[in-house]
Ligand binder design. Structure first.
Ligand SMILES: C[S@@+](CC[C@H](N)C(=O)[O-])C[C@H]1O[C@@H](n2cnc3c(N)ncnc32)[C@H](O)[C@@H]1O
Length: 317
């Protein structure tokens, strides 16, 4: 971990910082999007790699991240910000007046400041309102959703996004409990899940999977990722790169398949005559999957599950 992060223990520790920036910034005078600005660890390093003509647009759903981005923009005219989802890359690029971009970086998931602030309700380790929204201006919060969703939907979400084998029991408990009183705090939900799970994993809090699943559902994380990947790839100039860092196997699977399919090129049914041009792919995988070094994992436990993948546009479609 660099001194940059040691200075403020609450600030987000940027995983695979230097390499990600090296891979995404293909030319110093290009146009770039950091789709997950966070506290700007990657953005600041990208700006250091850009010349006076380079431009960077930072996107985040979280108003607290955007407050940091706004301050950065005041001090650096090469940087601008967009409050919204990276699923809206098209809209953000249009607002910036950009047709094509030279690189897009996505460092997925929640940031350390989000996890560490009990008021945001992301963590079962800290008691606070059961919120979990990256953008608190959007509804519903986790508490609102748990108060109204059907038992079956709750079970499905916990199973699909948390791969929690006791999802049905947990959903049943949620519905039983809310008939007495609404579930409003992280501690209440963590205790309920802990009671509902009959077999506990030694190395994991019993609520880990459930919290992760509800967070992914509330923030539409996989839906946004799917849309964001397509929009980003379409916007890339030849030579431009999409760099994605995932922390969750469901995210990484989606990223891996998306990049692999684009790099393979169009699926043309057998027997249809095509020219070499029609068969070739407009994209290539610029690298194999990259994981954090042992040193980075020692310094930052979050890096252990990080996987970085890089797609490059070779030609225009
Ligand atoms: C892991 S942190 C990124 C940290 C950042 N790279 C840094 O160096 O500070 C993820 C950030 O992305 C934001 N985020 C997650 N999904 C998003 C989405 N679909 N659209 C926009 N922002 C998103 C979160 O609010 C959070 O601030």
């Amino acid at each position: 971990m660099t001194a940059r992060h040691e200075a403020d223990p609450l600030s987000h520790r940027s995983v695979l910082l230097d390499l990600a920036v090296e891979l995404v910034v293909v030319r110093p005078d290009g146009r770039y999007i950091d789709g997950t600005f966070g506290r700007g660890g990657h953005s600041r390093l990208m700006l250091e790699s850009l010349s006076g003509d380079g431009r960077l647009l930072g996107i985040d759903k979280d108003p607290e991240a955007i407050a940091v981005a706004r301050a950065l923009a005041e001090g650096d005219s090469r940087f601008s910000w967009f409050h919204g989802s990276f699923a809206e890359i098209d809209q953000a690029a249009t607002v910036a007046g950009w047709d094509r971009v030279d690189g897009v970086l996505l460092d997925l998931g929640v940031s350390s400041p989000q996890l560490d602030d009990p008021e945001r309700g992301f963590s079962f380790l800290r008691d606070g309102p059961l919120d979990m929204r990256m953008n608190p201006q959007q509804s519903p919060s986790a508490a609102e959703w748990l108060a109204t969703a059907e038992e079956r939907e709750i079970a499905d979400v916990i199973w699909r996004y948390g791969e929690e084998r006791f999802s049905r029991r947990i959903a049943r408990q949620v519905v039983a409990r809310r008939q007495e009183a609404p579930i409003q705090t992280t501690r209440e939900l963590a205790a309920l899940v802990s009671d509902a799970v009959p077999k506990k994993d030694k190395h994991k809090h019993p609520a880990t999977r459930t919290f992760q699943a509800i967070r992914m559902h509330i923030n539409r994380e996989l839906e946004d990722l799917e849309q964001g990947l397509s929009a980003a790839a379409q916007r890339l100039s030849p030579g431009g790169r999409l760099v994605v860092i995932s922390f969750h196997s469901l995210e990484d699977r989606l990223v891996k398949r998306f990049m692999r399919d684009l790099a393979r090129g169009p699926k043309i049914p057998k027997g249809i005559p095509v020219t070499a041009d029609q068969e070739r792919s407009a994209f290539r995988l610029a690298s194999k999957a990259i994981r954090a070094s042992d040193e980075e994992v020692r310094d930052n436990v979050r890096a252990r599950s990080a996987v970085m993948r890089v797609l490059e546009r070779v030609y225009n479609d």
